[in-house]
Design a protein around this ligand. Sequence first.
Ligand code: ATP
Length: 216
Amino acid sequence: MSERAPLGLFGGTFDPVHIGHLRLAEEARESLRLGRVRWIPAGQPWHRAAPQTSPAHRLEMVRRAVAPNPCFEVDAREVASGRPSYTVNTLLALRAELGGDLPLVLILGADAFGKLHTWHRWQELFGLAHIGLATRAGQSVDAGTLDAALACELAARQRDEAQALREAPAGVIVRFDMTPLAVSATDIRARLARGASCRYLAPAAVLDYISHHRLY
Ligand code: ATP
C-alpha cells in the first residue's frame, strides 16, 4: 500500500481560469485527501478550437490564480511543448519522472468525464492514473447517457471511499460532490467582450492581468 498522499492533476484550457476551477481543485484536494494539486494548462487542446488567448497568457493567469494556495502548483509542460496536448502523453511523462508507485488522480468535471471515450488512447489513462470525478453545477454522471464502453469502465472501477486512491497508483474512479458553481470561461469571455463586470467570478489578480493585457 502506498503511504504517499495522492497527487491531483488538473488540466484545462483555463481561458481564463475562474472560481469554478479553483473550487473544483480545492474540493477535490479536500474530499479525496490529495497531498497537492498540480495544474496543467493545455497548450493547444486537440479536442476544441484553438483558444482565443495565447498559451503564455493562460499559463500566467493560472500561476497568479493558484499562487496563494500552498497546496497548488503549476506544470507548464503542455504549454511549453508547442504541440497538441494529449493527456495520455502527459501522464506517461509524469510517470517516468515520479515513478510507478505514487497515486496520481486526474480531476475531471462531469462534462469532461462524459467525453472521455473520445480522448486519444483513453483506455490507457486508467493504467496511469485514478480519476476524481466531480459533479459540476448540478450535473451528475448518468451511466445511461454515457458511451457504452465508458459506462463499463465506470461500473468496474468506481469506489466509494477516497482511501481506494491510496491503495493503488492508478485505476479507480472516485466521485465527489462539488459546490455547484455555474461559472464558465465561455460566459466570462462573453461578459468581458461586452464590457460587463466579472468581479468575483475570477480572482482579482486574474482580472487585473486581463485588463492590463487587454485580453478578450
Ligand atoms: P469553456 O467555457 O471555455 O468551455 P470551462 O470554464 O469549462 O471553459 P475548462 O478549462 O474547459 O473550463 O475546464 C477545465 C476543467 O474544469 C474541466 O474538467 C471542467 O469540467 C471543469 N470546470 C470548468 N468550470 C467548472 C465549474 N464551474 N464547476 C466545476 N467544474 C468546472
